[in-house]
Design a protein around this ligand. Structure first.
Ligand SMILES: NC(=O)NCCC(=O)O
Ligand SMILES: [Zn+2]
Ligand SMILES: [Zn+2]
Length: 466
């Protein structure tokens, strides 16, 4: 039996804060006891980690990543190996990535392809959602099978006509299926048909710079799609999780639906909380770094997102990590913003940025852990194995120094991408040590993990539903 004890830290979960020692046995949390008490003194182990002055928090659960995803005529630049290593550096110990059904192929083929990419390469544990690109009798049946084997959530797109787009009828059918099999539909809510008209008109006017990406993907078209998705889910009797919410009008739709008692959930991402349309408007082609969809919004939207996170109208912060290098990838869209590959890197930055939100007074420490660890684990059927520090849970634990100062930079980050969306940002707080199932992956800011340590996580269904 291998044992580790973490002594003297402030253990923070979504529910509690307590100065406690944590005993780990064979990769799981065996016991907690208030530091200095006889119960804690009785913990014995081969390895002791001193967490004095540190927070001891659950490893982050990032429920929205796209490692090596083919998109926009290229491929996301992090592999499962580089992306999960970078995640670990940033205090995230679980990702849920998106397997993609290619048009003309089955869900099974898409899922198998993603298993093949990830297997034996990940530094931390991983699960999959399934992107459903085609809804037909076969794929609807496959959804049932996937839920049974632990792929319990399905992403559909109201955006990207001709790529991932589903029309309202296809969405309704998938939602009806999910209502029956316990699956959770994750919606990219933007009116892609209307946006394509606006893109065409903007390009005709010669508006080709990155900032026009934000202008054509209007907040109202996010809100309209969010409203439509909510009502389709209501008709189907299905729960709904809206991904990457950025517009205050979309938050208002979610709030209204939740006030009506509907099982509707929302996710936002650090880029919408910390960046804005001002970044997209950086001179020349510089703003291409910040092209993602939904787009970065004017700063005024941020207050509604923070409020939504405080009031639980938004439950989860994920990264939507989808990195494309500026050189050679983002550059595909020089002269035509609609050809800039959509996506922003951030899997390494999320826990730190959200800690900064604690420092800045936007959220409490426990809410930090709720939205970054516990809620995504519950939402996607991984709790309490992941997302908390409790006896029986996997020993996915971060020793976090709340006083360390850092400056974010592509020079020092570990993501396989040539820029940082947060370049030069000063943050208070830093990950010191990370354990994944009791194994040291980061040890006092040295990488001590290995590719292949991470295992696939079959998931149960959403734990917010009865
Ligand atoms: N969000 C984004 O811009 N890229 C990744 C694909 C998606 O999540 O829609
Ligand atoms: Zn999306
Ligand atoms: Zn995404």
């Amino acid at each position: 039996m291998s044992r580790t004890v973490i002594r003297g830290g402030l253990v923070i979960t979504a529910a509690d804060e307590i100065h406690a020692d944590v005993l780990i046995e064979d990769g799981r949390i065996a016991a907690l006891a208030a530091s200095g008490t006889p119960a804690a003194e009785a913990f014995t182990a081969e390895r002791t980690l001193d967490a004095t002055g540190k927070y001891v928090i659950p490893g982050g659960v990032d429920a929205h990543t796209h490692m090596e995803m083919p998109f926009g005529g290229t491929r996301a630049s992090d592999t499962f190996e580089t992306g999960t290593r970078a995640a670990a550096w940033g205090g995230t110990t679980t990702i849920v990535d998106f397997a993609v059904q290619s048009v003309g192929s089955s869900l099974r083929e898409g899922l198998d392809a993603w298993h093949a990419k990830a297997e034996g390469t990940c530094a931390i544990d991983y699960g999959f959602h399934m992107i459903v690109s085609e809804v037909n009798q076969e794929t609807l049946k496959e959804m049932d099978l996937l839920v049974e084997e632990g792929v319990t959530s399905f992403k559909q797109f109201m955006a990207y006509p001709g790529v991932f787009y589903s029309d309202d009828g296809q969405i309704l059918r998938a939602m009806q299926r999910a209502a029956g099999n316990g699956g959770l539909i994750m919606m990219h809510a933007e009116n892609g048909i209307a946006i394509d008209v606006l893109i065409e008109q903007a390009l005709e006017r010669g508006e080709t710079a990155p900032r026009h990406h934000g202008e054509v993907r209007k907040a109202l078209l996010e809100a309209e799609a969010t409203h439509r998705a909510i009502r389709l889910a209501q008709v189907a009797g299905a729960p709904l999780y809206v991904v990457h919410v950025s517009a205050q009008e979309a938050v208002a739709e979610l709030t209204r639906a939740r006030d009506e008692g509907l099982p509707v959930f929302g996710e936002t991402c650090p880029q919408y909380l910390f960046l804005s349309a001002d970044n997209l408007a950086e001179p020349g082609f510089e703003g291409a770094r910040y092209v993602c969809s939904t787009p970065l919004r004017p700063k005024e939207h941020q207050a509604a997102l923070w409020k939504g996170l405080r009031t639980d109208d938004l439950q989860v912060v994920s990264t939507d990590h989808c990195p494309f290098c500026f050189t050679g990838q983002k550059e595909l869209g020089r002269g035509d913003f609609s050809r800039i590959p959509n996506g922003i890197p951030g899997v390494e930055n999320r826990m730190d940025l959200l800690h900064q939100a604690v420092v800045d007074g936007h959220i409490s420490r426990r809410r930090w852990i709720e939205i970054a660890c516990a809620a995504p684990a519950r939402m996607f059927g991984l709790y309490p194995k992941k997302g908390t520090i409790a006896p029986g849970s996997d020993a996915d634990i971060v020793l976090y120094d709340p006083h360390a100062e850092q400056v974010v930079s592509a020079e020092t980050h570990h993501m396989n991408v040539d820029y940082s969306a947060y370049e030069g940002r000063r943050l208070t707080g830093r990950v010191e040590t990370v354990l994944s199932r009791g194994e040291l992956v980061i040890t006092e800011r040295e990488y001590t993990g290995r590719a292949g340590h991470g295992v696939y996580l079959p998931r149960s269904t959403c734990q917010y539903l009865g």
